[in-house]
Design a protein around this ligand. Sequence first.
Ligand code: KIV
Length: 277
Amino acid sequence: MAYKQLEQRGMSQPPVNVSTLRTMKAEREPIACLTAYDASFACIVDQAGTDVVLVGDSLGMVIQGHDTTVPVTVADMIYHCRVVSRGLRRAFLMADMPFMSYTTPVQALENAVRLMQEGGAMMVKLEGGGGQLGIVEHLARHDIPVCAHIGLRPQSVHKLGGFRVQGREEGQARQMVEDAVALERAGADIVLLECVPTDVGQAVRDAVAVPVIGIGAGPQVDGQILVLYDILGITQGRLPRFVQDFMEGAGSPGDACEAYVKAVKTRAYPAAQHCFS
Ligand code: KIV
């Protein structure tokens, strides 16, 4: 009875929400996540059984052709979020807050509300560690679901000096674990960890109760995310070590997405060659 409306909309399974994701962590079921930027791919990714779909500001690179995510605007994010939301049935929709759209609590709340109301996002993702505690707290106090993105933060690429593995030094790794704990306390519902050694991925996962989604963070985290165009072999140029091309041996993009979801769920992905030490 609770899902009558969903049945009427042709949905065989209840939609994923924050508590589904927490239960998956508790039950050690890997969470499969992908990016999407338009309605057609959103539909394919959703039907493949992806749990979380991220409208990532990686769209600045793979859709708009920029070298970094820095030029992406709030208006860009709202547009892509809105079109992706029309393609989803079951997956949980997360949207990136773009560069400089969350410099104060007031600005962050205003833009997060726009992403949710105009874009249909169910959670916003922002980059940064301990420096973002006030922002995360403010959003959480207003019941905005938040994903805190730590490790390699692409919006800070010009400050970091390139897209590099983070947390290789002991002090940096310890700081990352402390940041994850503080962000969870501030109200973050998910931690996303990018490009860190496998043991740092495991330490962060063990330190927090909320799900930890990794991209290049090893196999021990609670879920995996990759850029859709990377797994479909569309992205041009050199790809990061953690990427696997799932179009190899697949007959269609749908098959490739299903193969990715299966590989995450069975922990076949990431394999040793996708991980950092
Ligand atoms: O923008 C993006 O697509 C991301 C993922 C790669 C994690 O942040």
